[in-house]
Design a protein around this ligand. Structure first.
Ligand SMILES: [Zn+2]
Length: 191
């Protein structure tokens, strides 16, 4: 059966996410998104390359085409290293998809596996003091994960604010190609 998968880049050209000089989440993940889309199509499934625009527009587009699942590609920031995959809190299908993609990319990403996580906005979780002065009860689920009707995940490939990871990954097309391949395997053939 042909699978239908929406693939989205986090942020957009006007608001490119975390940025270090001329490199941004948007610019780097635009390269990866193209590879993922091509690889899905090459094995006979349907990939929908979600266009640039506001997050709300992207989510509307995804819900209009009603794919089997969707993935958004980001880079992390905030003082850490490694990769992680986020899913809608409490979603069984989303969690399984996140686990599959996260362990699949782990076969080619030689970095810290931060695991799968519930996708709370700004990683502010209910019932947990995530930072000093964290007030309980003001938590929100990440908009992309919350508003897409299909199982959805966010993949964070590395930390753009980590100099070591920048040196390793910026412009590393062969690593991007291998990661794209593993993302596709993780989505299509859950491992
Ligand atoms: Zn981002």
């Amino acid at each position: 059966m042909v699978r239908r998968i929406a693939v989205s880049v986090g942020h957009n050209p006007e608001d490119p996410g975390f940025k270090v000089s001329n490199v941004s989440e948007y610019s780097e993940m635009s390269v990866l998104v193209g590879m993922v889309v091509q690889k899905i199509q090459r094995v006979g499934h349907e990939a929908y390359h979600v266009g640039t625009g506001e997050l709300e527009e992207k989510v509307d587009y995804i819900n209009a085409i009603a794919p089997d699942c969707s993935i958004e590609l980001h880079l992390n920031a905030g003082g850490g290293h490694g990769y992680e995959t986020l899913h809608y809190p409490g979603s069984v299908q989303g969690k399984a998809l996140a686990a599959s993609v996260n362990s699949s990319v782990g076969l080619v990403l030689n970095s810290r596996n931060r695991g799968i996580k519930e996708g709370w906005y700004r990683m502010d979780r209910p019932g947990v003091e995530d930072y000093q002065g964290d007030v309980d009860g003001d938590e929100n689920i990440d908009y992309f994960l919350a508003q897409t009707n299909c199982p959805a995940i966010i993949f964070e490939m590395y930390f753009l604010d980590n100099a070591e990871e920048r040196a390793k990954y910026i412009g590393a097309l062969s690593i991007f190609d291998a990661v794209a391949e593993r993302i596709v395997v993780g989505i299509l053939n859950p491992i």
